[in-house]
Unconditional design. Structure first.
Length: 238
């Protein structure tokens, strides 16, 4: 269970002069005003979340690999076509079909990844729940930076020329064994938390999961509760 309200109020209690990110709208609220803000603005918000989730962005890499495998298999099948049976001929087509279908579903945001908080660990379940990665929350290395995407360089350009644009921010958490890269389209963690101690990372294109801002702040509050992020003091410029 993730309890964003409790985590935020605890951060406010232990840092009375701080600005604490609101777990629902992401704005920085003075510690003394936080409880009132939560009661007045987010009265209907749940007290606990079984998990947070968003589009599974990590699924593209294995699907590209599967697509390449399908093409290679197709090449081999063509090369030895006369000797190969019907099943051998169908295999590359099925492989390519699966890679294309899953990528299409992911692109339509149908494939979701989930983050749970269990026994002091953040657990990411992705790839239709088949792939599970556990991140120990203490002694995390925290990095943030821009997530880049691309769009056509000119409106209506059908020649495939694309330019790189910033599409969000990532929060990259590493416990030395596991690294999770979480992305959201809102402001980055350095706006909500003390920038010192958060490494400014390179621009990245590949992330594990896209989260709504509220889910990203909930994760950040968990990281804060385990010492990985520090609150900003009121009056500090961002
Ligand atoms: Zn709020």
């Amino acid at each position: 269970m993730i309890r964003p309200r409790e985590l935020a109020l605890e951060a406010a209690r232990t840092n009375p002069g701080a600005l604490v990110p609101c777990p629902w709208c992401g704005s920085s609220v003075g510690a003394a005003k936080l409880e009132r803000h939560l009661d007045e603005v987010h009265a209907d918000a749940p007290t606990e979340l079984p998990h947070v989730e968003g589009p599974d962005a990590g699924i593209y890499v294995p699907m590209i690999a599967l697509g390449v495998l399908g093409v290679v298999m197709f090449g081999i099948t063509v090369a030895v076509a006369p000797e190969s049976g019907r099943i051998a001929a169908a295999l590359p087509v099925v492989t390519l079909g699966v890679a294309f279908a899953v990528s299409f579903l992911a692109w339509r945001n149908v494939v979701r990844a989930r983050l749970r908080f269990e026994r002091e660990m953040l657990v990411l379940r992705s790839f239709f729940g088949l792939h599970r990665r556990r991140l120990v929350l203490s002694h995390l290395r925290v990095e943030t930076g821009s997530v880049m995407g691309s769009r056509p360089a000119f409106p209506g350009d059908h020649q495939g020329r694309h330019e790189e644009i910033k599409v969000g921010h990532y929060l990259r958490l590493s416990d030395g064994t596991t690294t999770l890269t979480l992305a959201s389209s809102g402001a980055g963690a350095r706006k909500r938390w003390q920038p010192d101690g958060v490494r400014q990372g390179p621009k990245r294109r590949w992330v594990d999961v896209w989260l709504p801002t509220s889910a990203m702040v909930a994760v950040e509050l968990l990281v804060h509760a385990h010492g990985g992020l520090r609150v900003r003091e009121a009056g500090e410029s961002s």
